[in-house]
Design a protein around this ligand. Structure first.
Ligand SMILES: Cc1cc2nc3c(=O)[nH]c(=O)nc-3n(C[C@H](O)[C@H](O)[C@H](O)COP(=O)(O)OP(=O)(O)OC[C@H]3O[C@@H](n4cnc5c(N)ncnc54)[C@H](O)[C@@H]3O)c2cc1C
Length: 145
């Protein structure tokens, strides 16, 4: 059994992004998913074209846009990870996209391009990914989880 600093349960959008960031910071990361393929929800998102960001989803536009008991959470997160930062990654990867309405950006081609980009970035960050492995429970012992 290998030791990891971080084990992320779920290789969806959240798990893949978290794995990439942690791997880039030098952590030994494992992402586990019970599905055969990671990012399945991304694949079907935006009618198969993935509405991957909205150029108006920035902290500058004000808290009234973020419906939450704590809008500051979204504003704080979005000030540190802006739509432009993700758009740069999409452009670098050569994924073509277009604006639909009200700042929504969709891929011209299939959403699987975004899934492949995230999986490649995860691997480049040195993280491991195990698919087809269901997590039944998590326990803590003296060494860790
Ligand atoms: C039809 C549809 C269209 C959408 N369109 C868009 C869009 O265009 N733009 C947009 O921004 N959002 C869209 N969304 C929403 C977006 O897809 C989700 O908000 C996002 O994918 C959620 O990511 P997540 O990582 O939080 O969760 P998930 O993608 O649900 O990831 C959770 C992962 O955990 C795994 N898992 C669960 N239990 C276990 C277990 N016990 N053991 C191991 N693995 C487990 C699952 O297999 C899954 O891969 C859409 C959603 C749907 C359903």
């Amino acid at each position: 059994m290998t030791d990891f600093d971080i084990i992320i349960l779920g290789a969806g959008a959240a798990g893949l992004m978290a794995g990439i960031e942690a791997g880039r910071r030098g952590r030994r990361v494992l992402v586990v998913d019970h599905a055969k393929n990671p990012g399945e929800k991304i694949r079907i998102s935006g009618g198969g074209r993935c509405n991957f960001t909205n150029i108006n989803a920035t902290h500058v536009l004000g808290r009234e846009r973020f419906l939450s008991s704590n809008p500051r959470f979204a504003l704080s997160a979005l000030s540190r990870f802006t739509p432009d930062m993700f758009i740069e990654r999409v452009k670098k990867r050569g994924i073509a996209f277009h604006e639909k309405t009200l700042g929504q950006l969709f891929c011209d081609g299939p959403a699987t391009q975004i899934v492949s980009m995230l999986i490649d970035e995860l691997r480049q960050a040195g993280a491991a990914i195990w698919t087809g492995r269901s997590v039944g429970s998590v326990e803590k012992d003296r060494r860790g989880f």
